[in-house]
Design a protein around this ligand. Structure first.
Ligand SMILES: [Mg+2]
Length: 102
């Protein structure tokens, strides 16, 4: 499943379940994404299973894509992902990792 397909599935779920669905809800959705990142970090620190950690990371993706469909509905996230991937491939080795000594 690609990002645009995931956005459609999330949109259907949000409408079916009556979740937050207005532009004014975007900050809440991004905050929820941060919360899920915290849950993923906590799961890692507590030695939870890979499935539990992955579940929390999928929650992050869910909220990020949910926010994206409201914040930038005209942007194709699959194309954006590929653009960013190509951009990052052009970075020099260890770009932005100046804290490393090796
Ligand atoms: Mg969670």
């Amino acid at each position: 499943m690609h990002l645009e397909e995931m956005k459609r599935e999330i949109s259907n779920l949000v409408l079916d379940k009556g979740f937050y669905n207005k532009k004014e809800d975007i900050p809440k959705k991004l905050l929820f994404a941060f919360t899920e990142l915290g849950e993923a970090s906590d799961a890692w620190k507590k030695g939870k299973t890979e499935d539990k950690i992955a579940e929390e990371l999928v929650d992050v993706i869910f909220y990020v894509l949910d926010a994206s469909r409201l914040a930038c509905p005209n942007v194709n996230m699959d194309e954006m992902f590929l653009n960013k991937l190509e951009e990052n491939k052009k970075r020099p080795y260890q770009y932005g990792e100046g804290h490393r000594r090796t």
